[in-house]
Design a protein around this ligand. Structure first.
Ligand code: 5GP
Length: 137
């Protein structure tokens, strides 16, 4: 399947729609998920186009995973988490909804389930959680 440069994350990378940015480097960009399934739920994406893991280059995957690890440490510290869940979906049948490669980074607390998907965040709360993560980086 071809990469569609009109996907939402491509628009975020171009600055055409806003995002709550947490971190960026030469190859990756990190921002808050607007429908967080846990406090501090963030998304790591490559700056260069890739639809998902299946068409990404090994360098893109390596860059993303290095940033995922960095964000894992940051969200653990920011929220006093006990663990981190990393999710990554490929194609609609694999659960993917936005077709630009992304990794979900979810801080986890012992015994606490993820929230149901599809619930929009309160933007003031999202921003204050982003401040906590930025401070932990
Ligand atoms: P997936 O493709 O992995 O199933 O999920 C896409 C994720 O992107 C969802 O967790 C959803 O909440 C998030 N998302 C969808 N649209 C936007 C958006 O416009 N901004 C941000 N920050 N996140 C989004």
């Amino acid at each position: 399947m071809a990469y569609d440069s009109d996907n939402i994350f491509a628009k975020i990378l171009r600055g055409e729609i806003p995002s709550e940015k947490l971190y960026e480097d030469e190859n990756t960009y990190v921002f808050m998920d607007i429908m967080p399934r846990a406090n501090g739920h963030c998304l790591v994406i490559p700056k260069a186009p890739a639809r998902n893991m299946l068409d990404a280059t090994p360098d893109q995957l390596a860059a993303c995973l290095a940033t995922v690890q960095k964000m894992g440490h940051a969200v653990m510290k920011a929220f006093g988490a006990d663990g981190v869940t990393v999710q990554q979906f490929n194609e609609a049948a694999g659960g993917q909804e936005v077709f630009h490669l992304h990794y979900h980074v979810l801080p986890r607390h012992e015994g606490k389930a993820l929230r149901a998907p599809g619930q929009m965040a309160d933007f003031d709360v999202l921003k204050s959680q982003a401040d906590q993560i930025r401070a932990a980086l």
